[in-house]
Design a protein around this ligand. Structure first.
Ligand code: NAP
Length: 314
């Protein structure tokens, strides 16, 4: 077995530990026997570079996982592009530079599959990065994330830092954001179908045509992939994290309707934007490290729905 790039019982600072991704990564690393270090946003605003460097200097972790970001769906991205580019750039600058200044030997930066060109050949390999124009609806967010990838590569090139980046596909799971103004497609569908059933409505109208194809990965699978990367990957190129299969939004909607018990009609408002026509990541690089996803989509949706109902009282 290859030697781990992470010590046993490592001290790992997870930035964004209350988020969907950060909380799953923290659970996984704790289960693997590591000690997870955290600061709430009130204790440490990661946009504050000086304070972030100070805290990382005090903690001196063995590794940092950067899972803090301003994230949102199409509506939030197109309404607040200023916040999406500026806050993400600020957080990345603070955390990556602060980790380096504190002598942190290992860092994993989490980007997003939206960094790839809108019309990238499918499935998307990591070398598609910067090969064409981006999807306009989330260009500000994507450019901030691309800057993060290049920043990590620059620290590798200039300082020999063992810093890496990963590009997860669409994620979902317990702790997802169910606020319809800012949520991603899957929790938004769960909530809309749940409410339609509760209110006895016989139709749900969804944005777009339903034809775009998307890939969805349970956040616990993402977390296990991050753990594998921290142990085994030390390369310049980002690594895609996905399950390797996709489905249409209309197939997804049908699955969510079935899980939530909505038996009415699903209609499509084709005047609303669809976003990228297809987004499926090539995960050859990740699976070559021995990782495989473990949560089937329908089971993951059912568990996410049950968790949301239990925690929100819905
Ligand atoms: N969700 C997805 O489908 C998906 C897909 C691909 C990639 N990703 C990537 O995964 C990462 C995390 O996403 P997520 O879905 O977990 O987002 P999330 O649930 O919104 O969590 C983001 C976390 O970042 C924290 N944060 C934001 N700004 C901060 C600041 N200025 N100071 C301190 N903490 C701050 C938030 O703190 P509070 O709890 O205080 O708000 C929250 O804990 C992002 O880089 C995203 O690009 C996510």
């Amino acid at each position: 077995m290859t030697e781990s790039l992470l010590p046993d019982r490592a001290r790992i600072f997870v930035a964004g530990h209350r988020g969907l991704v950060g909380s799953a990564v923290a659970r996984r690393l704790t289960a693997d026997g590591h000690r997870v270090l955290t600061r709430t946003r009130t204790e440490l605003d990661l946009r504050d570079a000086a304070r972030t460097a100070e805290v990382l200097g005090e903690l001196r972790p063995d590794a940092v996982v950067l899972a803090a970001a301003k994230v949102g769906g199409i509506l939030a991205n197109s309404t607040y592009p200023v916040q999406f580019i500026e806050e993400n750039l600020q957080i990345q600058l603070s955390v990556v530079a602060g980790a380096h200044a504190a002598g942190v030997p290992r860092l994993l930066f989490l980007g997003s599959s939206c960094i790839y060109p809108k019309l990238a050949p499918q499935p998307i390999t990591e070398d598609a990065l910067l090969g064409g124009p981006l999807e306009p609806t989330n260009r500000a967010y994507a450019l901030a994330k691309i800057a993060g990838v290049v920043q990590v590569q620059a620290y590798r090139q200039q300082y020999g830092a063992s810093y890496i980046s990963a590009m997860p596909t669409n994620l979902y799971g317990p702790g997802d954001n169910f606020d319809l103004a800012t949520s991603h497609v899957l929790p938004a569908l769960i909530r809309r179908f749940h409410e339609a059933r509760e209110e006895g409505r016989d139709e749900v109208v969804l944005w777009g045509s339903g034809t775009p194809r998307r890939e969805f990965l349970h956040v616990d699978d993402l977390a296990s992939a991050c753990a594998v990367l921290l142990r085994r990957y030390d390369g310049d190129d980002p690594v895609n994290i996905g399950c390797g299969t996709d489905l249409t939004i209309s197939e997804l909607a049908a699955t969510v309707a079935e899980v939530t018990g909505f038996a009415g009609r699903i209609s499509w408002d084709t005047g609303k934007p669809d976003g990228t026509p297809r987004k499926l990541l090539d995960v050859t690089r990740l699976t070559a490290l021995g990782w495989r996803p473990a949560v089937p989509l329908r089971d993951g949706i059912a568990a996410t729905y049950a968790h949301w109902r239990a925690t929100s009282g819905s």
